[in-house]
Design a protein around this ligand. Sequence first.
Ligand code: KG4
Ligand code: ZN
Length: 358
Amino acid sequence: MLVLGIETSCDETAAAIVRDGCKIVSSVIASQIDTHQRFGGVVPELASREHLDKIVPIVEEAFEQAGIQVQEIDGIAVTVGPGLVGSLLVGVSYAKAMAFALNKPLVGVNHIEGHIYSVAFENSPIEHPALALVVSGGHTNLFFVPGPGKYKVVARTRDDAAGEAFDKVAKMLGLGYPGGPVIERLAREGNPRAVKFAVPRMGDGLPDFSFSGLKTAVAKHVRETGLQPVENGEKPGQGIKDLAASFQSVVVRSLVGTMERVAEDYRPKTVIVAGGVACNGALREASREAAKRLGVPVYFPSTHLSTDNAAMIAAAGTVRLQGGERAGLDLNADVTLRLQNIDVEDEARRRAGVRYRL
Ligand code: KG4
Ligand code: ZN
């Protein structure tokens, strides 16, 4: 089965053709980093305009690289949410038009589910139940996945996403955007024990994440020590490197510590770590060690599939198409789309302060 995937939820315009949900025939990504870099983050209006400019050539290139004709695909999968509304609409409208013109089946894919499927290409098939940690610039969620397509949120961030925290701390330190890669690079030369940051824990005992307090703690440290942010591309000093290492270390401890604690309740057979922050070597290393203690395999996407791409959307879409799912031409973007289809009363349990249990 050949599926065209289209992804435009944030600042990457991407198209990919995937065979049988696990083999990438072609994958093309146009990044908008140059456009947004000077603003220190994604500017939604600029993002949708660039998607409009790029969607046609990017899809054409995906077919060209694959060496196939448009009529040869068996279906189209497009990201419908969560994301920026203007950005999502470009991909959704294009996919609908293409499905209509070619008379091909269409499915909408949740971007976060796409990230989970980014491990489908270079690992053995996922054994369920699985625990999937999705950490990116927009999301930080830990899912229990009892079977294919079944998701229960076990932990989520109450404020900033982990990648967002990397980006905001980098901005504060004058390190540019995106923050994750540069913080990781500096952290390699820093001492992770130099600055003591506490792992954020919820007062109500739920295994959720919180990163905004950490951002404030970093700002306080900068203020109190008189540490100067980096200016005009000058070389960061040891103080910045130590701060980067200490910050990265506490984020990793929070993510992996929660995953390990939750695993004791949910007993997964596989652990998945995906999303842009899964590029982070320290997070990978700590996840590998945790999985070893749990006695289960851990799957990561390869680096180029960790950040946003369309191959992961095509992979997730393939499973849905194979299951007979079809979207109509009324398919629409859903900015706040959640990935949770079991235990929908969780919100009530949360308000009642009940711990997540199976
Ligand atoms: O998945 P992604 O491409 O986009 C979203 O869906 O958000 O993730 C981008 C995020 C950014 O916040 C970026 O700083 C972070 O992933 N990131 C990293 C690393 N590489 C990218 N964070 C930590 N360490 C990295 N090496
Ligand atoms: Zn993403």
